[in-house]
Design a protein around this ligand. Structure first.
Ligand code: HEC
Ligand code: HEC
Length: 487
């Protein structure tokens, strides 16, 4: 059984080193926020720097040189101010070596981010002409869906569905690349501890980069259903075609593949904009910075969330700053099986033999047949979770109360969550029994029928109140968290 210690993770400086090497090899270097002071002033003032750097966006070639040790949508060094400025000056040197001034680097990132933003909202990239990235990832909902469907509609007739709920796109910057065995490299951490399968993008961690991820919905027959040729035609006809040409070269449209890859790069760069995707402006961030108080209910919810014998939520959804002061991500990015019930409303699940087994398939193929990976899904961040309307990988629940109640009562009152057939509860009905050994058994999953639920009604309510403090956009003076977050 994998033991997940109350670990605080950060991505070590290794990423910066390898990136510098790439940069010195004269790759184009883009720099999203080399100066913590300018773009993450809030974070800086409360003692945590946040330098985000991306060595990438090579426009001329299949420049897939990959300097990132992170999956996420770029490499982020969450670091103390000291190492932040080290990172910044490394990049300055690198940019200089690559023949770019700091101003040019900023300009190039600005341009790419602006293009990526336009692409993100452009439905003409899709086969139907009706679906943009933003259709499923709404900026007003933490880049998760605006509606409460378990899974979103797509495909050329806009009637097709996949098997998974669309996740938030915020706070993906420090998701590490997928590893079967993840070893803690935090200052306080013990590198000999194997935290198990960790990282990668999507619910099953099957891709490591934002650009590779963006390829999936663009080409998927049940999402945007497009092709590189259609995407190229759309970009050529778009109002931003000229800017696109300026950014990627006069001949970019000569090749559909090159244009498609440039689109993926621009989307990845957009997803790295710190002020949009990881602003750390929640009430909880203000609380950590000593700028606001939590209400009694929120504070009690936090205690229950952290208590190893109660919610034990923070063992997977990390709630404390890292040792060097970087803000918590509310995920350790581990892939874990928690036995979420089968969502019988999904089209795919009409086939009784079909199972979405997460990392062992069917969407992910490289770990097929590896029983130990069946039923595991990546722990999502809980930042902005109150803006979501469907919860868990199959979108089965539609309120935070239901999601938290699942943790509180799954084992004491399984009949509330799983079907009952002839008086017998069909527990873990979305995971064939041969994989049940993969299920996590630490608190809160250490009970049986007849035991007291790990959280009582008042505690469930308070945990939900606490989760409502994780929504970005808090302004001092707001009463109970951000009210837009009300679930
Ligand atoms: C039809 C709805 C839909 C559209 C359109 C869509 N996505 Fe997604 N997105 C999803 C779903 C569902 C997932 C989870 C996929 C999985 O786990 O297999 C996802 C996952 C992601 C992730 C990974 C998030 C994580 O937590 O690891 C990123 C990044 C992303 N989408 C970006 C995009 C971009 C960029 C576009 C446009 C090119 C896009 N999406 C279009 C539904 C959509
Ligand atoms: C053992 C690790 C672990 C623990 C402990 C844990 N979670 Fe989770 N959490 C996960 C994983 C993994 C998922 C996604 C599971 C899936 O969809 O199959 C998840 C999903 C969620 C979601 C849905 C988020 C979304 O975007 O759909 C919420 C809400 C949540 N957890 C809250 C909590 C709370 C509250 C607690 C404590 C009572 C808790 N978690 C304890 C690992 C954990």
């Amino acid at each position: 059984m994998t033991v997940r210690p109350l670990a605080r993770r950060r991505i070590g400086a290794a990423g910066i080193g390898s990136m510098l090497a790439i940069a010195l090899a004269a790759m184009t270097v883009t720099l999203a926020a080399c100066d913590a002071g300018s773009q993450t002033a809030g974070a800086k003032s409360d003692g945590s720097g946040n330098a985000q750097v991306s060595a990438d966006v090579n426009t001329n070639a299949n420049g897939n040189a990959n300097a990132n040790t992170n999956a996420g949508v770029g490499t982020q060094a969450s670091a103390s101010l000291d190492s932040t400025s080290t990172a910044a000056s490394s990049v300055k040197v690198a940019a200089h070596e690559a023949g770019q001034t700091r101003a040019q680097v900023y300009e190039s990132v600005r341009q790419m981010t602006a293009l990526g933003k336009q692409l993100f909202f452009d439905a003409s990239l899709s086969g139907s002409g009706k679906l943009a990235c933003a259709s499923c990832h709404s900026p007003d909902h933490g880049f998760s869906p605006a509606n409460s469907l378990s899974v979103q509609l797509g495909g050329n007739d806009m009637h097709r569905t996949g098997m998974r709920a669309a996740p938030t796109l915020k706070y993906l910057q420090s998701v590490p690349a997928f590893a079967e065995h993840y070893h803690e490299s935090d200052d306080e951490g013990d590198e000999s501890v194997d935290a198990g399968p960790t990282g990668g993008l999507t619910w099953d961690g099957r891709v490591d980069r934002g650009s590779d991820q963006a390829r999936i919905p663009l080409l998927s027959s049940f999402e945007m259903g497009s092709t590189p040729a259609k995407v190229t035609a759309a970009v050529k006809a778009a109002p931003y075609a000229a800017v696109f040409r300026t950014a990627f070269g006069a001949h970019i449209f000569d090749s559909d593949e090159a244009t498609f890859n440039a689109v993926l790069q621009a989307l990845e760069t957009f997803e790295q904009a710190p002020e949009i995707f990881y602003p750390y402006t929640s009430k909880y961030d203000a609380y950590l910075a000593g700028k606001t108080q939590l209400t009694k209910a929120e504070l009690h919810g936090l205690e229950v969330f952290n208590d190893e014998k109660k919610g034990n939520c923070a063992s997977c959804h990390i709630s404390q700053r890292t040792m060097d002061g970087a803000p918590p991500q509310f995920s350790d990015f581990g892939l874990i099986a928690i036995g979420v019930p089968r969502n019988r409303a999904l089209q795919v699940n009409r086939d009784p033999h079909f199972y979405d087994l997460g990392a062992c398939g069917p969407e992910r193929t490289d770990l097929k047949g590896r029983a130990e990976f069946c039923g595991i899904f990546r722990t999502p961040t809980l930042r902005n979770v109150a803006l979501k309307k469907s919860f868990f990988h199959n979108g089965i629940y539609h309120s935070l109360d239901q999601a938290v109640r699942f943790y509180a009562q799954r084992d004491t009152n399984p009949e509330k969550f799983y079907p009952v057939v002839k008086g017998k509860v069909q527990k873990f009905d979305d995971l064939p029994q041969r994989y049940w050994t993969n299920l996590n058994t630490d608190p809160p999953f250490d009970r049986k029928p007849g035991d007291k639920p790990v959280l009582d009604e008042a505690e469930i309510k308070d945990v939900v109140a606490f989760l409502n403090t994780l929504t970005d956009g808090y302004k001092a003076g707001d009463k109970a968290g951000n009210q837009a977050a009300a679930n």
